[in-house]
Design a protein around this ligand. Structure first.
Ligand code: HEM
Length: 456
């Protein structure tokens, strides 16, 4: 069976890539390794010159997207927040050319994102949302040994500078079987990007114009999206959003057990919540029983639409993947689904999913998912998704029901499973993934990093 990475490299396009792959950071196009090991390092810049010197030293080690389909197994990537761009002294004119949501930062946009109640930034882990996270450096690798080496390379570039300090280090890594913090196989679907050099896998849909994701190229409307100025700074860059969720594994398991009397029934409910069995097999193609071989096969596990299931009898309209990518579902509120896509790099942290974790103490264990998403308008897209498709149900005529996986649930929340002759309404749904922090970063291209390092 091919891995996602192998499947991608088998699909090399007959046409040469049109994107400037030697400029675009590797994280933008390269899928995470399988298994994966990594660390996010969050840094603060207290001195303009030290911040620039750090960038100058780090840039030669930042990997590009050249041969992204089969190149290196270990790489470093860097993002800079708005506060970080200020801290390294980007001129005001340029600072003001960034979109407002990015300038304000994720915590300040809590209202637009619906990050309220349990998800309110005042409950976040420090240093998220404090305006102190200036630079994020991430190491990705396919082995623990290489993760450590990559991290040591990054450390050599900031150690010894009094003006750059480490605020936090967050390790992440694959769970057994490449499952996520609630036990599901993840990281299957991605939007195909035109000109990236790889043809879409079956079911990925038509390639989307590169400018929807990477700055400086035409988007779906035929023109590039607005980009930060000057051009050298914006072109080939991308915005990245980072949201750290703590998974309340006990609450999730309690919900499954309260609503399913046998293990089979509980697994079916788990599949209905997401739209895929935990093996990754899509419910559309395996409506009655799991099919792990289908789930593991990148040539088949995404090859579906919802044409034969308009009412959601197989895949509930409110399930996580049908909300997040309705594909051909007829929506009550019309929109072009291709302009709301995000490149996703989900990673997990903490101990693996445990099907027998049932207590409230299990909900407090530090484990979950760090959800990273990228596009040329990542802030606008996440605000749209949070408001319209995650914390609301009107776009699919589901009233005030919310996304069962990432929605912020209120007392009395329900999840509806359409069924003949009568639908089944599940009660007791809780906020299974609590937001513990988040930041917006700009991921400049390699020339832009050099330009930033030489400012002034
Ligand atoms: C702890 C948090 C999360 C969990 C446990 C989770 C779980 C999953 C799973 C199991 C899948 C199916 C596998 C796949 O298609 O890759 C999936 C797909 C997806 N998720 Fe999530 N997810 C989480 C957070 C998020 C967030 C925060 C967003 C966006 C705001 C999101 C957007 C998506 C999208 C767009 C897909 C692909 C849907 C498709 O194209 O069919 N997820 N997620």
């Amino acid at each position: 069976m091919l891995s996602v990475k192998e499947a991608v490299s088998e699909n090399l396009s007959a046409q040469a890539p049109i994107l400037e792959l030697d400029e675009i950071q590797a994280i933008v196009l390269r899928p995470r390794p399988a298994p994966y090991f990594g660390t996010h390092v969050l840094l603060r810049v207290d001195d303009v010159q030290a911040g620039r010197a750090f960038l100058r030293r780090l840039t030669p080690y930042i990997a590009s997207s050249v041969n992204w389909w089969d190149a290196a197994k270990t790489w470093l990537t860097v993002g800079i927040s708005f506060a970080g761009l200020e801290a390294i002294g980007l001129p005001n004119e340029s600072l003001q050319s960034f979109p407002e949501a990015f300038r304000q930062g994720m915590a300040a946009r809590a209202r637009q994102l619906g990050d309220e109640g349990i998800n309110d930034p005042k409950n976040w882990d420090k240093p998220y949302g404090t305006d102190q996270v200036h630079i994020g450096v991430s190491a990705f690798s396919d082995s623990e040994e290489m993760r450590r080496r990559a991290l040591a390379v990054a450390r050599e570039q900031y150690e010894g500078f009094s003006g750059v300090s480490v605020l936090a280090m967050q390790d992440f890594g694959a769970q057994p079987g490449d499952r996520n913090s609630l036990g599901y196989k993840d990281g299957i679907d991605q939007p195909p990007i035109e000109g990236s050099g790889v043809d879409p896998l079956p079911g990925q849909g038509r390639p989307i114009k590169a400018g929807e994701f990477i700055l400086g190229y035409p988007g779906e409307a035929g023109v590039p999206l607005p980009m930060p100025q000057p051009d050298i700074l914006g072109r080939n860059g991308i915005y990245l959003g980072y949201r750290k969720y703590q998974s309340r594994v006990g609450a999730f398991n309690r919900f499954l057990r309260a609503n399913g009397s046998t293990e089979e029934e509980q697994e079916l409910i788990a599949a209905k919540l997401v739209g895929r069995w935990r093996s990754g097999a899509p419910l559309t193609l395996a409506p009655d029983a799991d099919n792990p071989a289908l789930g593991a096969d990148p040539q088949r596990n995404n090859n579906f639409d919802y044409a034969n299931d308009p009412r959601g009898r197989q895949v509930p309209l409110g399930s996580h993947i049908r909300r997040m990518n309705p594909r051909d579902t007829k929506l009550t509120r019309l929109t072009d689904v291709n302009i709301h896509r995000l490149i996703r790099r989900g990673t997990t942290y903490g101990p693996p999913y445990d099907a027998n974790a049932l207590t409230e103490a299990d909900d407090e264990v530090s484990r979950g998912a760090i959800f990273m998403f990228m596009s040329a308008k990542a802030m606008a897209t996440i605000e749209f998704l949070q408001q319209e498709w995650i914390n609301d149900g009107n776009f699919i005529d589901a009233g005030n029901e919310r996304d069962p996986i990432i929605g912020r649930q209120e007392e009395g929340a329900t999840f509806t499973i359409p069924k003949e002759p009568v639908r089944r309404r599940l009660h007791g749904i809780e906020t299974f993934n609590v937001l513990r922090g988040g930041e917006y970063f700009f991921m400049p291209c390699l020339s832009a990093l050099k330009w930033l390092a030489e400012l002034g």
